[in-house]
Design a binder for this molecule. Structure first.
Ligand code: CO
Length: 176
């Protein structure tokens, strides 16, 4: 396994629409292994293939890596792999505080999301499954799915708020 470079905003790659995976072969399995290692190393809750520069419809979510306070406890992992996912249902709108993304380091913002997201996808063995995510896991499904469409969570902010946060983001990135 190896740790991959994460594509960061404003790289235009993040705006690409990802393509369906036609065959789950050794390359895909290797990619998933590397994505898992990369996500854990960077203390992420989810990661989409496009974030490591691969425009394929695939993302992973650490299903158990969330403590009671909603923060990733980074101790227990239950990595779910979603291949060619489809959102089946979204329910109950609520406000999620402090959403972040490995492709926008150190930028966090309150984003309005649905409370429950139900998704259908294929796992690494090619088996179709359905899964319902609530609260932060529902948010994670919506967030990762949007990566496949070339969307980012900052797109949901008001133009004023976005301009402000991106100015800060660029300033910080320049100093790093
Ligand atoms: Co993200």
């Amino acid at each position: 396994m190896s740790i991959l470079n994460i594509v960061t905003f404003p790289d235009s790659k993040l705006r690409e629409k990802s393509k369906e995976i036609e065959k789950i072969d050794e390359n895909i399995k290797k990619l998933v292994d590397d994505m898992i290692e990369t996500m854990i190393e960077n203390k992420g809750l989810g990661l989409a293939a496009i974030q490591v520069g691969v425009p394929l419809r695939l993302f992973i979510i650490d299903w158990r890596g969330v403590g009671e306070d909603g923060e990733n406890d980074h101790k227990n992992h239950d990595i779910k792999v979603f291949i060619n996912p489809r959102i089946l249902n979204l329910e109950k709108k609520f406000i999620m505080e402090n959403e972040g993304c490995l492709s926008l380091p150190d930028l966090r913002a309150d984003i309005e999301r649905y409370y429950i997201a139900e998704v259908e996808a294929f796992d690494l063995s090619g088996k179709k499954f359905k899964l319902k995510g609530e609260d932060i896991l529902g948010v994670a499904i919506q967030h990762e799915y949007e990566h496949l469409e070339g969307k980012l969570f900052i797109d949901k902010l008001s133009p004023v708020k976005r301009r402000f946060l991106l100015k800060e983001y660029k300033k910080k990135r320049k100093n790093d």
